[in-house]
Design a binder for this molecule. Structure first.
Ligand code: PLP
Length: 386
């Protein structure tokens, strides 16, 4: 049977192969997963349960339930300094993945170029391809803390460039773009009339005192920024599949029309649970962030004790991006060898685009006990390396 040309290409990254290989071993520790090891806060689970009992079991408006959009509008103003009309400028989506997909579908046409700082979250290239667009990878470098620099971005702008995707804090590097650089990027976006899709799932997971800045809050960016987000990371709710986006009315309305053709509306009781997450989880979120900071500090110090590898302390998210260039192996070869010899699954850097070669990503999402066991195994592995 024939399949359509939009069917996703098999990724060249080796991530899928890593999962398949991992299945062949017992007692594997998985540091590949970009997910929280913490449970969803109890009061959020209760709110979801109550939602079901109250009868929130039917379709909701395509844009999301009004009470959640109201709560999101308040949150966006309070935390992100973005003004978004809950009636017209906010959409609730099936996870962050759908927020980004709809934003791309609503802004990218056949042949349009989309700039994406690399290394990047691997869904971006495929989503751009689905929209008929072309990705242009903008390199980011360890020496710059993996921050996408406006000067570098400018070199990749052509007549076909329409959209720039930013992801700060970044998956996989953990880089947090400082305000000064965002202001320079803002100037570029205005000069070249670019739309910015700012994907911000890790906004609360910032360990740097400068904190997170949403580019959509900068002067002149409200009319050209779609801010995408998800409940998955901040509230440990990845399985609830709720995300959201805000931006200019015209684009959000286009995304709402597109949503009718994708998932129509998001699970009703999950949306009610999200209202509770936005209003009553500040203490639990702060506690999780403080624990992630400990996970990060622990992993970075353990990995930097290992021979032939090094890593910088990421300012945000829950990943450590480890430089493996001294091993002389490709990231995929090394990931396979680590799995085979000490049964730890890590993600080869090429899973995040071509500038990810020379690195592996380690997730600090799992529990401290898991990380301690994994760190011991990795230390045995690297001490045995020639
Ligand atoms: N954007 C980035 C940068 C991510 O890392 C992820 C998930 O890992 C997503 C979007 C998608 O989030 P969700 O799982 O809520 O769909």
């Amino acid at each position: 049977m024939r399949y359509g040309s939009r069917t996703i290409n098999p990724p060249v990254s080796g991530i899928r192969e890593m999962f398949e290989l991992a299945d062949q071993y017992d007692d594997v520790i998985n540091l590949c997963i970009g997910e929280s090891g913490f449970p969803t806060p109890r009061n959020v689970i209760e709110a979801g349960r109550e939602g079901l009992l109250k009868g929130y079991t039917k379709y909701t408006p395509n844009a999301g339930v009004p009470a959640l959009r109201e709560a999101l509008s308040e949150k966006l103003e309070r935390e992100n300094h973005i003004k978004a009309d809950p009636q017209k400028q906010i959409i609730v989506t099936a996870g962050g993945v759908e927020a980004v997909l709809l934003a791309i579908l609503a802004t990218v046409d056949e042949g349009d170029e989309v700039l994406v700082p690399c290394p990047y979250w691997p869904d971006y290239p495929e989503q751009i391809r689905l929209a008929g667009g072309r990705i242009r990878e903008v390199p980011t470098y360890e020496k710059d803390g993996f921050i996408p620099l406006a000067d570098t971005i400018q070199k990749y702008i052509t007549e076909r460039t329409r959209v720039l995707i930013l992801n700060s804090p970044n998956n996989p590097t953990g880089a947090v773009i400082p305000r000064e650089e965002l202001e320079k990027i803002r100037d570029l976006a205005v000069q070249y009339d670019l739309t910015v899709i700012s994907d911000e799932p890790y906004e609360r997971l910032v360990y740097d005192s400068r904190g997170h800045v949403s580019i959509g809050s900068l002067e002149g960016m409200g009319e050209r920024t779609i801010t995408a987000n998800t409940f998955s990371k901040t509230y440990a709710m990845s399985g609830w599949r709720v995300g959201y986006a805000c931006g200019p009315e015209k684009i959000i309305q286009a995304m709402i029309l597109l949503k009718e053709q994708t998932s129509s509306s998001v699970n009703a009781c999950a949306q009610y649970a999200c209202i509770e997450a936005l209003k009553n989880t500040d203490r639990q979120v702060k506690e999780m962030v403080s624990q992630y900071r400990q996970h990060r500090d622990f992993m970075v110090s353990k990995l930097n004790e290992c021979r032939r590898i090094s890593c910088r302390k990421p300012e945000g998210a829950f990943y450590v991006f480890v430089n493996i260039q001294e091993t002389g192996m490709t990231s995929y070869e090394l990931a396979k060898k680590i799995l085979k010899e000490v049964k730890v699954v890590v993600t080869p850097g090429t899973g995040f685009g071509k500038y990810g070669e020379g690195y592996i990503r380690i997730s600090c999402g799992p529990s401290m006990e898991e990380l301690e066991r994994a760190a011991n195994r990795l230390s045995v592995f690297f001490s045995g390396m020639e």
